[in-house]
Design a protein around this ligand. Structure first.
Ligand code: CP3
Length: 355
């Protein structure tokens, strides 16, 4: 049993398994959902998506976003919905436009290089005002869900958004973004603060629009050396967590096993884990102070049903209580739906499958 003194009272009394588990309550079984469950893996999503010329038009259509958010709840029976959007809507709202290139990924035609580029960005509430389509989608989804499952809101963590804004897309090394931390530390902090202020305003609006829990995705956390993660990532995660006391918060810092002790001190309730961390190590590093979410290798879902069942059951047992079942990263687009179903059903059938 973890210390629930800082838990959100409304969450701990919730009728929803997911919110009770996130608040630190001991639940009859772990709730289950999958990162990136809305989208790519579902034929219903691909059919809906094909009616739109591009990803950005889709994301900016609240009716489409609502439908994509609810599809995995209907199809897979997961215990939470995550609003269909993207972490890159934040840099766009700040004035740095991106393109989503089919089958390749995001690209920013213009990147942040100099102080003047940072000065030109919108920030805080003024930037968050440009994201009304996300708030609209949250409100519509909330109504359409009719309280079947809780709704997760999300944003990218400041370091990950910084990395996209400086690199202009994905990268093998992230050497442009990492270089800036060494060569222009003051300027880096300025940009991280602007991203943080915008993210806070954005997430506050998401809560007003109905988000029940917020998850921060620090997808490129593992690119930083531990000392830099402490200086350029953790303080901004802290600011965001502190600014949103009303709802439970999950911090998912991919590759940041080295920062687990620091993350355990954040005022968040849940820590998301990738598949490189053993449950035993994570429990020890967080000293039982957090609910843990994760962390099956997404590639496990390509295996046969018996293997998925065995590995999922082993994971559930290793975490024991205070656990939200999930993968260690977003579900890969070509994952067989049957594999996803076996994973979800194994958690839901619970410990009856043991032995
Ligand atoms: O269930 C869900 O989580 C759906 C909502 C969601 C999307 N992106 C939709 C999306 C969420 C939570 C994200 C987060 C996101 N986006 C992250 C953090 C999580 C992670 O995977 O580490 C990151 C790094 C991005 C940036 C991004 N968006 C990339 C690199 C890409 C291209 C590659 C890919 O993953 O598909 C996207 C596009 C994107 N975002 C798609 C979807 C469904 C696919 C595009 C399409 O359907 O046309």
């Amino acid at each position: 049993m973890i210390d629930t003194s800082s838990a959100i009272p409304t969450a701990i009394e919730s009728k929803h398994l997911f919110l009770r588990a996130a608040a630190g309550a001991v639940t009859e079984r772990p709730p289950v959902w999958l990162m990136r469950q809305a989208g790519r893996i579902l034929p219903q999503y691909r059919a809906l998506r094909s009616k739109f010329p591009d990803f950005k038009t889709f994301v900016k259509t609240p009716e489409a976003s609502t439908e994509a958010t609810i599809q995995p709840v209907d199809e897979l029976g997961v215990d939470a919905a995550i609003i269909f959007s993207d972490i890159l809507v934040v840099p766009e709202a700040m004035g740095l436009d991106y393109e989503m290139i089919e089958a390749k990924g995001p690209r920013f035609p213009k990147v942040i290089e100099y102080q003047k580029d940072i000065d030109a960005l919108l920030t805080g509430k003024a930037a968050a005002e440009h994201l009304s389509y996300v708030y609209e989608a949250l409100k519509m989804t909330k109504t359409a869900l009719a309280d079947r499952v809780p709704l997760i809101g999300f944003a990218g963590a400041p370091w990950t958004i910084f990395a996209y804004m400086v690199e202009g897309g994905g990268s093998k090394t992230f050497s442009k973004a990492r270089r800036m931390l060494y060569t222009e530390p003051a300027m880096s902090h300025l940009l991280l603060q602007k991203i943080t202020d915008t993210t806070i305003a954005y997430l506050q609006n998401q809560v007003l629009a109905g988000a029940d829990l917020l998850q921060l995705f620090d997808s490129w956390a593992g690119e930083l050396p531990p000392a830099h993660y402490r200086i350029f990532a953790v303080p901004y995660l802290r600011q965001i967590c502190e600014a949103l006391p009303e709802v439970p918060k999950t911090v998912f810092a991919k590759g940041a096993w080295f920062a687990l002790e620091d993350l355990a001190e954040l005022p968040c309730q849940v820590i998301g884990l990738d598949w490189n961390i053993t449950p035993e190590y994570a429990k020890k590093a967080t000293e039982g102070s957090k609910v843990l979410q994760g962390n099956l290798d997404p590639c496990n879902l390509y295996a046969d049903a018996a293997t998925i069942k065995k590995e999922t059951t082993a994971m559930l047992q290793a975490f024991g209580g205070n656990h939200i079942a999930n993968l260690g990263h977003g579900v890969y687009p070509d994952t067989p739906l049957d594999g996803v179903r076996v994973f979800v059903d194994t958690v839901k059938e619970g410990m009856r499958n043991e032995g």
